[in-house]
Design a protein around this ligand. Structure first.
Ligand code: NCD
Ligand code: ZN
Length: 354
């Protein structure tokens, strides 16, 4: 028997739970089951749903579904949309944060014109985060907005050397910016994309070895959070003529980062900062008393599609040997996940809406 490690419940500020409109890929019950299996007890769900969480009626209806069906604690992002900037103050009362898509990705939700960006930064409360999907020079746009409005901005899934170096420069200049990186950008490159085809396609796309080296080099300093960008699509959709970008990540992120820890690439303390304390602090999320996860850091497992709880049922990491297994998850004193006892999984509704 190897020793058990107790860690805080992990926090993921970037998951796609596909409600409403994409429940065949994931819903709140399946996505939060995957979250618990991956060691996450608190997650934020993205607004690029169908219809998007960009109007008060859709956000409130989705909150009603979530409150009945989540197994861990979930907050919802509101999405910025040029047609609905007048709803931003009302959306802010019911959302954990605002997401602005400056670049092309899955779904039509986009806000890149200056009037919309001004409205977002004027109307969204300073106490709640604005998160940006910004690639390439859009990172400079986001830094400019953070500077002009003197308010915090969080950059999602930073993946390129130029981007992380620009964020490092912004931080050195004292600007209130934070950023996340994903395990897939830390573990896969454009060479894997060539091997994986549509199963290795996501936004931002997998990058070069040099880009990946830069992310690892900044992991001890510039990077604030690891986020999964859990973006499930079905294998049938991935095999179609027009495959959507995105891959699942909730169940593989911690094993991958624990493997990196065993390889000496980061410390356990840093892992907990990146996957629990920093995301909670940066997004101002509530603490979760009597909540922790039990890890077997020595256990070696082979990632297998058959064992996943996400509805999409596949990961590009299938077949990879990782070191570090989530054994049990305790949420507010209650057992909500046990790797050896599927019946211990918390029922839908056991989680709280943030
Ligand atoms: C995401 C999705 O499928 O919703 N896809 C992706 O490739 N990451 C959208 C996004 O986060 O950009
Ligand atoms: Zn995403």
């Amino acid at each position: 028997m190897s020793p058990t490690l107790h860690l805080p419940g992990l926090v993921d500020v970037h998951t796609h739970l596909r409600v409403p409109g994409g429940e065949h890929k994931e819903d709140f019950a399946s996505g939060t089951a995957a979250a618990l299996a991956g060691g996450f007890t608190q997650i934020l769900a993205m607004p690029n749903t169908s219809p998007p969480l960009a109007t008060l009626d859709v956000l409130l209806a989705t909150r009603a579904v979530a409150s009945q069906t989540v197994r861990c604690d979930v907050g919802l992002y509101a999405g910025a949309s040029p047609q609905h900037t007048d709803e931003l103050p009302a959306l802010a009362n019911h959302a954990a944060a605002l997401k602005i898509y400056l670049n092309d990705t899955f779904g039509p939700l986009r806000a890149e014109d200056l009037p919309t960006l001004h409205a977002c930064f004027r109307l969204w409360p300073r106490s709640k985060m604005i998160a940006l999907h910004a690639e390439g020079q859009s990172v400079a746009v986001g830094i400019g907005l953070a500077a002009a409005y003197r308010r915090p901005v969080h950059f999602c899934h930073i993946s390129r050397r130029d981007e992380i170096e620009l964020i490092a420069a912004a931080k050195a200049a004292g600007l209130p910016v934070t950023c996340e990186v994903t395990p897939h950008h830390l573990f896969l490159t454009d060479r894997d994309a060539a091997r994986l085809g549509p199963l290795g396609d996501m936004r931002p796309r997998l990058a070069t070895q040099d880009d990946q080296d830069a992310l690892w080099a900044h992991l001890a300093s510039t990077v604030d959070c690891i986020a999964t960008d859990h973006a499930p699509h079905t294998l049938a959709e991935k095999a179609s003529a027009n495959p959507p970008p995105g891959i699942a990540g909730l169940e593989t992120s911690l094993p991958l980062m624990l493997t990196a820890m065993q390889q000496g690439r980061l410390s356990l303390d840093r892992l907990v900062e990146l996957m629990a304390s920093n995301p909670r602090r940066i997004f101002g999320l509530p603490s979760q008393p009597d909540t922790f996860i039990e890890i077997d850091p020595q256990a070696r497992t082979t990632i297998a599609n058959e064992r996943l709880l996400t509805r999409c049922g596949w990961t590009p990491f299938a077949g990879m040997v990782v070191q570090g297994l989530v054994r049990r998850v305790i949420l507010r004193g209650r057992l909500v996940y046990d790797v050896d006892r599927p019946e211990a999984l918390a029922p839908p509704g056991a989680g709280r809406l943030i």
